[in-house]
Ligand binder design. Structure first.
Ligand code: SR1
Ligand code: MG
Length: 417
């Protein structure tokens, strides 16, 4: 079975459960009640309608709006299993509280880059939030070669503020440990531990592999050195509570307008290695770039350049803003010249390794990406996927040697030329 972040079969049957919304009227009443203070124009509207717009793998998402669509909110409800699979894949509802609390934290860091949280209801495992329907999913924007002049700066700022302000450099030591405990998210982490670090590196039944790529996959599975490096990255993912991560920062979790970026869906949030978010984001750019080598023969060089430039811009914005915050550290051990630089060096080598894993898992694993899946001809798609695999492998193996943005950028461009 192949699943994607933005294009899935949403018809999987599921047993209904007590707290689940019964019908449209139930969703509307819930939305009205919980935005009465923040959004009176919506709450007092004479008529409201609802549409189910969820196209992700896990939850139900409803848009509730006035008939003229001038006022609207989003209601998201989680069930205790993976939506597209059903009850055979149970999933703790703690993820919904964690998503709500992470959205609130992210809004403290960068309010313009996330949808506003209106309400979290623990009993109904539901969140009411701002409708960002005037933005579109970044995967579609990438496929359509949208110029996004602020994307790199926005992502760099999001990463610098969220990853710094949740780290030991910024937080009181007791507060930090309490937060680590509050964001323990084992079921979501297990999905990543399996789908990101295990399945794509062996012949697992959950994998979905283009038949034209089978021999490439088999060669990768027999690469023992690669498996050792992936194991090290997985151990760091499991055992490094460095910062509060978004935890699933692929292009499907990002919505854009030309002048605006919104990061959604932090249900995989937990305290992990900062490089995981940075690498997931960068891999999204490089996956789209690999797809563009085959999407429209010869015509996409300029856009591939733009995608590579977004990675450099976002890293530069991240590094500059991370450093500026680090000199203000409340812990004297960290407010020392050279500490921030050392952190940045390690975060970049981690990010490169995690980006490599993301490139491999989106090619061989369960969840693929729309950009590559949009290449309809199997042979052409295999060519683009082969680039992603080769790039991913090099990033994992060479992540320490490549931990300099100039060297890294040259390596990425070599794989795309
Ligand atoms: C069954 S969940 C598959 C993937 O979708 C999510 O967005 C995560 O990336 C997960 O790995
Ligand atoms: Mg998601």
């Amino acid at each position: 079975m192949t699943v994607q972040d933005t294009l899935v079969d949403t018809s999987a049957p599921a047993t209904s459960i007590a707290y689940q919304f019964l019908d449209d009227a139930d969703v509307i009443a819930f939305a009205r009640l919980h935005v009465a203070d923040q959004y009176p124009a919506f709450a007092q509207a004479a008529a409201l309608q609802v549409e189910e717009i969820g196209d992700g793998n896990i939850n139900y998402v409803y848009r509730v709006c006035t008939p003229d669509r001038l006022a609207s909110v989003i209601v998201k409800q989680g069930l205790p299993w993976v939506r597209i699979i059903g009850e055979s894949w149970p999933l703790s509802l703690v993820r919904v509280r964690i998503e709500a609390e992470t959205l609130a934290f992210e809004a403290e860091c960068a309010a313009d880059l996330v949808p506003a949280l209106y309400h979290f209801d623990d009993a109904r495992s539901a969140i009411v939030m701002e409708d960002i329907g005037d933005h579109r999913n970044l995967r579609h924007a990438f496929i359509e070669k949208a110029a996004l002049p602020f994307l790199g700066e926005h992502m760099g700022r999001f990463l610098a503020t969220t990853l710094y302000r949740s780290s030991d450099l910024a937080l009181d030591a007791h507060d930090k440990k309490a937060r680590v405990a509050r964001f323990i998210n084992p079921d979501q982490c297990k999905i990543t531990e399996d789908l990101f670090f295990l399945d794509p590196f062996c012949d697992h039944e959950r994998n979905s592999i283009n038949p034209a790529l089978r021999s490439d996959a088999e060669a990768l599975w027999s690469d023992q050195q690669l498996k050792v490096e992936v194991a090290e990255l997985k151990l760091r993912f499991l055992s490094t509570p460095e910062a509060l991560l978004h935890g699933d920062l692929h292009a499907g979790s990002i919505f854009v307008r030309e002048d605006s970026t919104k990061i959604i869906d932090p249900e995989f949030a937990f305290f992990g290695p900062a490089g995981f978010d940075i690498g997931s984001w960068m891999a999204g750019l490089w996956l789209a770039a690999c797809a563009h080598t085959e999407l429209e023969a010869g015509a996409n060089k300029g856009y591939i350049e733009q995608l590579c430039a977004h990675a450099v811009t976002s890293w530069e914005a991240f590094a500059t803003q991370y450093q500026a915050q680090a000199v203000t550290s409340i812990d004297a051990s960290f407010a020392v010249a050279g500490v921030a630089e050392r952190c940045l060096q390690r975060m970049l080598s981690d990010a490169i390794g995690y980006a490599g894993c993301e490139l491999v898992r989106r090619t061989l694993g369960l969840a693929h990406v729309l950009e590559l899946e949009s290449i309809s001809e199997e042979g052409a798609r295999a060519k683009a996927e082969r680039r992603a695999l080769a790039l991913g492998r090099e990033l994992i193996l060479q992540r320490h040697a490549l931990s300099d943005m100039v060297v890294l950028d040259a390596t990425i461009r070599r794989h795309l030329s």
